[in-house]
Design a protein around this ligand. Structure first.
Ligand code: HEC
Length: 387
């Protein structure tokens, strides 16, 4: 595909994913806020549990939280499901475009496991599907009756899942795979566990029966889970722009720390009990810990005291030019990625800062360590950059 077409396709996919995500998370936050703001009406009205008054854009809005019984069904009922669906669909297109195509080079790191493209994609899809089955079983009230037990099992399960992703995929791939799993669970919660229950209650009311509102409580559990996934997913969406995070030697611990801190922030935001806001303290400690580990310079083997460009040139020829040259020999990249070529010292010097981030700090390049660069070589490049 031509470079320009590639660029715009990626741009449009990212843009639609972002817009759909804003709509989904925006409506999610709005309902979280609504749920925590209802007060009982001054003069009680039949079937109305709470009401809320708002002012926005020059008008007043009154929203009631209520149950619906036979004979009370509104002509138009607005459902909130397409924001979520579109977010996941555009997200999946992005996953395919960025991580599954191009030989799955962003998903695979040959120094972790040298999967073929088909193997990497099958593993990724298989793990996503299995994650839903297991999560759904853990929260099946007929199977696991205690919510505390479900919670403990979930923590163990999600930690093991993250470890598994990091033992299979590249740092960037593992971050994204974990995020895609969370996003998929959120969407399947909506379509498989929330909407069918809602439709059932509506049909009962339409058929003139008293709806079984115990179903609402079951849907609510999954709806609440979805709110806990929001921040971890957003962190992961941002993380793929930060090689220093996803390729850090402690990237796994950092992801778990980010996810837990995100879930705690969500809890503090939503809880009706002010004393539960203590959870912000561990979240803050989590972030301080992240700052601390990224401040450590990555360990590299000792390099010779003086390094000449000839040494660097030889390394670049072996490890980088298969992709970054006017005529790449790589099996996937037939044009130099991002137009970056390293043919002479000036071109290398011009990108010194970026090379430092990609090769020494983040270890993102060579991509998926396809050309098997060694730590000694990274140390030599680092030494030359320092000089
Ligand atoms: C297998 C192919 C491949 C090899 C080998 C490779 N790169 Fe890259 N490089 C890429 C791709 C693809 C991108 C674009 C990545 C993206 O879009 O995030 C890139 C981007 C870059 C960037 C720009 C990053 C930015 O900030 O946008 C730098 C700098 C870079 N590579 C340096 C190197 C160096 C130095 C080496 C050798 C040590 C190397 N690359 C080896 C494929 C490769």
């Amino acid at each position: 595909m031509s470079m320009s077409l590639n660029l715009w396709l990626e741009y449009i996919l990212r843009f639609s994913h972002l817009v759909a995500g804003i709509a989904w998370i925006g409506s999610s936050f709005y309902f979280i806020w609504l749920d925590s703001s209802f007060v009982a009406p001054e003069t009680p009205r039949k079937n109305v549990e709470g009401e809320v008054f708002m002012v926005h854009g020059g008008f007043y809005y009154q929203v009631e939280k209520r149950k619906i019984f036979p004979g009370e069904i509104p002509k138009t009922l607005h459902w909130f499901k397409w924001e979520a669906t579109l977010t996941l669909l555009t997200g999946f297109c992005l996953l395919i475009f960025l991580y599954y195509l191009n030989g799955a080079t962003l998903l695979v790191d040959s120094s972790i496991r040298a999967w073929t493209q088909t193997q990497a994609i099958s593993l990724s899809l298989g793990i996503i599907a299995a994650a839903w089955v297991i999560y759904d079983l853990i929260w099946n009230a007929n199977l696991v009756r205690s919510k505390t037990l479900s919670l403990v099992l979930s923590v163990i399960f999600f930690s093991a899942l993250t470890v598994l992703n990091f033992s299979i995929f590249s740092g960037r791939g593992a971050y994204m795979q974990t995020g895609v799993i969370f996003g998929t669970l959120m969407l399947l919660n909506v379509w498989i566990r929330i909407l069918p229950g809602q439709s059932k209650m509506l049909k009962e009311a339409q058929a003139g029966q008293i709806p079984d509102y115990s179903v609402s409580l079951k849907s609510k559990v999954r709806s609440v889970h979805n709110t806990y996934f929001i921040f971890p997913v957003l962190f992961i969406m941002l993380s793929n722009h930060f090689p220093t995070i996803y390729n850090h030697s402690h990237n796994l611990v950092m992801l778990i720390c980010l996810a837990i801190s995100g879930a705690l922030i969500r809890h503090a935001m939503v809880t009706k009990l002010p004393r539960e806001r203590w959870v912000l303290l561990p979240a803050a400690i989590g972030f301080a810990f992240l700052v601390f580990i990224t401040a450590q310079t990555p360990e590299l083997p000792p390099a010779p005291e003086m390094v000449g460009f000839q040494q660097v040139k030889a390394i670049i020829a072996n490890r980088c030019q298969t992709c970054h040259s006017p005529n790449p020999t790589d099996d996937t990249f037939k044009v130099a990625p991002k137009g970056i070529v390293f043919e002479n010292e000036a071109q290398v010097r011009a990108l010194a800062d970026k090379i430092h981030v990609q090769v020494v700090v983040g270890r993102t390049m060579p991509l998926g360590n396809k050309t098997l660069m060694t730590d000694e070589e990274r140390a030599i490049i680092n030494q030359w950059l320092i000089q």
